[in-house]
Write a protein that binds this ligand. Structure first.
Ligand code: FES
Length: 182
């Protein structure tokens, strides 16, 4: 007697497809993690090549021999700096407004002005005016109008021992009575 054997039906797509999908998902997940890891490693390696140093402009500026500097005021645009020469005496005032840092303009007055600064009466022939929000500073940098909260900075001047040039040290702030006489 012939036994009827029940034919085994082939696996259906539904029955076999589910593990396939899970496997594919896990493979993709693994690949994604690997790529993320590689990207992280790559960034770390790249970052290690960049020196962790902040580059700032040099703080000391050589401005030439004292005799070569013009009498009166000289403006150094890149450094935003006014250097004054009165005979053999020199001093330097920053042109950076103490409000938000705009460059203040040296402004010659039509008539010298009588002012009282720190209890002392002075005659000033010029001022500094800020074009941004109207702050005004007396000749020696004291703020007297507008939103600027402080006087302009004064910088130390010295003579270079190497070549006799004047050096403005923009890293050293000095008081308004500072003068360098050479
Ligand atoms: S930046 Fe000079 S008054 Fe504002």
């Amino acid at each position: 007697m012939k036994l009827l054997q029940k034919k085994k039906s082939p696996p259906t797509a539904a029955g076999h497809g589910q593990p396939e999908t899970r496997r594919a998902f896990l493979q993709k997940l693994g690949l994604g993690s690997m790529l993320a890891g590689l990207a992280g490693f790559g960034w770390q390696s790249f970052r290690a090549l960049i020196p962790n140093v902040l580059y700032e402009p040099p703080q000391k500026l050589k401005i030439g021999l004292p005799a070569q500097l013009a009498e009166g005021v000289t403006f150094f645009e890149d450094e935003r700096l006014y250097v004054f020469k009165e005979g053999r005496t020199f001093y330097a005032i920053s042109a950076a407004c103490t409000h938000l840092g705009c460059t203040v303009k040296y402004t010659r007055l039509n008539q010298p002005k009588q002012v009282e600064i720190g209890g002392e009466k002075k005659t000033v022939p010029f001022e500094f005016h800020c074009p941004c929000h109207g702050s005004k500073f007396y000749a020696e940098g004291t703020n007297y109008a507008g939103p600027a909260p402080r006087p302009l900075q004064w910088y130390k001047l010295e003579v270079s021992p190497d070549d006799g040039q004047l050096v403005v040290d923009m890293g050293s702030e000095v008081g308004q009575n500072f003068r360098l006489t050479v």
